[in-house]
Design a protein around this ligand. Structure first.
Ligand code: NG1
Length: 466
């Protein structure tokens, strides 16, 4: 009963909830700062439908923006200081001066997302001169550490607030590039998916996004399907272990393209900087790439010595210059070695699934939902077995979705916890929510949360509301 009530509440009360959030944020603004003229901006979170851990390898993704977002009420400041507060008082507010190189707060401080947006814009303009300070109050309803990109929504909303207060504009695709880069400020060696979809999202559509440079294509979801997202309630905290595990995957992919280039690449081909370069310049397409991975790489984990020998470099060089993230962090050899072959196999097969999904969904075949669902299932298996980013809870949720009759179910986002996404028959949301509640939330003692499951339709990207 409670479950059904929460579904109806989701559908009927979205506008009322938005109104309440707005009133509350403006009230907090007036009590924290002063009653004065303000602007309101928002940036959505996202759910990725397929294409996991492909973005930083140069391959496409297929996300959609969601109705959960970060809302910022902002007013101009007379100086060059940015002050911020959150409607939730336990998120401590703060302030910092706008300067050419803004020193970060301690790792894990939420204020770093505002600093990262500010620094990204300053780097883009090449100067902080003429940039006016501002005061802002933030209200977010994207579940945190859930793989729905609350952090990107936050960074993008902060950038939108800075732009609005300063009366400046940046082309949305350029802003997506700028924000994707600025994420490195918080120590993530991520690709650009989250920032891009938060900025470029289109109501009613999902997007296929290519990178380097960012390019988008609208993709139509099957008309006979809805999207259900389920939160495992396992926190994939970016400030903690998930960051290390994520960055480790980026390093394993870097080792993969270096080895593949050296061992099976074409003589004279340009030095790759990511798996996509190797794929585009040194293979004949997906089948050939997967064959080369099978024959050129070994199944066991690679030690630093094995990498050094294969590349013909010293062990010291391999340890310090090869096993390195984009942000310059050296990854020590993990127990069991670097898992190079499995990671490369996932990235290439997942990239193929994104291409296949785009062609399928924008084509005119019958049974699109079944066919796309199958690709989602295959994606989950690859994320679980080859990329090893799933966990017992995510697998249980995926199984619960399949048992309830989903077309396709998979983890979404970085993994290590967070959410699953399910393609389900249209209009069957309440039925699925009830079944998954009984199969996963009750036995895991997680029925105390008000909202564990969300029915999302593709939402519009970030911008100024007024
Ligand atoms: P989330 O789920 O927001 O942690 C992360 C990366 C993406 C992408 C996915 C995996 C950040 C901010 N985002 O997403 O760029 O690589 O993992 O597909 O780190």
């Amino acid at each position: 009963m409670e479950v059904l009530l929460s579904v109806n509440a989701q559908a009927a009360d979205v506008a009322e909830e938005a109104r309440q959030r707005l009133i509350n944020s403006i009230t907090v603004y007036e009590t924290t700062f002063a009653p004065e003229e303000v602007v309101v901006v928002r940036a959505p979170g996202r759910v990725n439908l397929i294409g996991e851990h492909t973005d930083y390898n140069g391959f496409p993704v297929m996300p959609m923006a969601i109705s959960r977002d970060m809302l910022i009420v902002a007013g101009a400041s007379k100086d060059n200081v940015i002050s911020f507060a959150n409607v939730i008082p336990s998120f401590q507010g703060g302030s910092f001066t706008i300067e050419r190189n803004i020193p970060p707060y301690q790792g894990g401080d939420w204020g770093n997302y505002i600093k990262s947006a500010t620094q990204g814009l300053i780097d883009f303009w090449g100067t902080e001169e003429g940039l006016q300070g501002l005061k802002m109050v933030i209200d977010g309803n994207v579940p945190l550490a859930s793989g729905l990109s609350s952090s990107a929504a936050f960074t993008v909303a902060a950038a939108e607030a800075i732009l609005a207060i300063n009366g400046r504009t940046i082309d949305p695709v350029v802003l997506a590039e700028v924000m994707a880069k600025s994420d490195h400020y918080v120590g993530m060696a991520s690709g650009g998916m989250d920032q891009s979809i938060s900025i470029l999202g289109q109501a009613g559509k999902c997007l296929k996004i290519d990178f380097y440079p960012i390019r988008t294509k609208l993709v139509t979801l099957p008309k006979e399907a809805d999207i259900l997202v389920c939160h495992s309630r396992v926190k994939a905290a970016k400030a903690g272990n998930a960051r290390v595990a994520y960055n480790m995957r980026t390093v394993e992919c870097r080792i993969a393209y270096m080895l593949l280039h050296k061992l099976a690449g074409k003589a004279g081909a340009k030095e790759p900087t990511m798996l996509y370069d190797w794929f585009a310049n040194e293979t004949e397409g997906f089948d050939d790439a997967l064959n080369k991975i099978e024959t050129a790489l070994v199944d066991e984990g690679y030690t630093v010595k094995m990498i050094a020998d294969a590349l013909g470099v010293s062990e010291e060089y391999a340890a310090k210059e090869v096993c390195l993230t984009k942000t310059g962090e050296v990854m020590p050899e993990p127990q069991g070695g670097f898992q190079v072959k499995k990671r490369a196999r996932h990235v290439i097969s997942e990239a193929r699934r994104v291409e296949d999904s785009t062609a399928l969904l924008n084509g005119d075949s019958e049974n699109k939902a079944e066919a796309f669902g199958l690709l989602m299932d295959q994606s989950h298996a690859s994320c679980r077995d080859d990329y090893e980013i799933s966990c017992e809870e995510l697998n249980a949720l995926v199984e619960a979705g399949k048992a309830a009759g989903s077309y396709g179910s998979r983890l979404t986002g970085a993994g290590f916890g967070g959410c699953t996404v399910h393609l389900i028959p249209k209009g069957k949301g309440p039925e699925f929510i009830k079944k998954i509640h009984e199969a996963y939330y009750l036995p895991h003692d997680l029925d105390g949360y008000a909202d564990n499951q969300y029915l999302f339709a593709p939402a519009q990207g970030a911008g100024k509301l007024f």
